[in-house]
Design a protein. Structure first.
Length: 271
């Protein structure tokens, strides 16, 4: 403990400690260019706890009495910025190519596996509700508890909704007024359709059950090839034959062993 440092970027040696922590706890690979980002996110915790530097903070969160602070640090490391209908080609494909071919006698099951603050699952839910009515089920998970708390509330500023189609916004969202000017809230009929739960992608996926479509976007880029292979292996145990896998356009399955055909960039179908 002591006076707080003015240095808000960890040294390379300090950063390596958090790289090892993120890998061991979450399987996440923090590349060198994330050092500044990590510093900005964790520096406020150094200030709050009156710690001198990032090494002191690392030692602090690894003490058995400070497990809550460790959880908070991991949440800060994994929080990602997102928005509604990100990578819109996926939603166009879902609407135009997948939905016309699903069985009306079967519930179409979707898993948003890196849901973050909820923009992705709510985008899916709006599309599904608009085009399919009630014959679908949507699960959404994240390793970060605090972002799921945000997601369940369903409140977003207008910047996050800049790509939300106007007809979806009109039908499925409420406009903020007075002190909530500039915000919107997803209506309960959509919020209640999403089943949120905390989940680490390194864990056994079998309790999730069989699904028809998995969104796992903008998360595998942080994993090593070994970890990505493990995740893909697990996904193949719960994705139905001819099921769909959507990853982000900044990711690829190249170099991994898998049972998927690539249909178009970032969209795969299981054999």
């Amino acid at each position: 403990m002591g006076t707080t440092t003015r240095e808000n970027i960890p040294t390379k040696e300090e950063f390596s400690l958090f790289q090892t922590l993120a890998h061991n706890r979450l399987g996440i690979n923090l590349p060198a260019h994330k050092r500044v980002m990590l510093g900005h996110r964790l520096f406020k915790r150094l200030i709050a706890l009156q710690l001198n530097n990032f090494r002191d903070y690392f030692n602090y969160i690894n003490h058995l009495e400070h497990t809550k602070e460790l959880e908070k640090a991991l949440e800060l490391i994994t929080t990602n910025e997102t928005f509604f209908f990100r990578e819109e080609k996926h939603f166009e494909f879902l609407q135009q190519k997948i939905l016309p071919n699903i069985s009306v006698n079967k519930t179409f099951k979707i898993w948003s596996a890196a849901a973050s603050t909820g923009e992705e699952p709510y985008s899916i839910a709006m599309l599904m509700q608009y085009h399919c009515g009630s014959s679908w089920q949507l699960m959404a998970s994240d390793v970060n508890n605090s972002v799921l708390t945000h997601a369940r509330k369903g409140i977003y500023n207008d910047e996050r909704a800049r790509f939300l189609p106007a007809h979806y916004r009109k039908e499925f969202c409420m406009k903020g007024i007075d002190e909530f000017q500039g915000f919107m809230r997803v209506k309960p009929n959509i919020r209640n359709k999403v089943q949120y739960f905390t989940f680490n992608l390194l864990d056994d996926m079998s309790p999730i059950g069989m699904v028809d479509l998995i969104f796992i976007r903008n998360v595998m880029i942080y994993f090593t090839d070994e970890t990505r292979q493990k995740i893909i292996d697990n996904i193949q145990t719960i994705l139905n034959p001819k099921g769909w896998l959507f990853i982000s356009h900044s990711e690829t399955l190249h170099g991994l062993s898998h049972d998927f055909n690539i249909v178009q960039p970032a969209i795969y179908q299981r054999n």
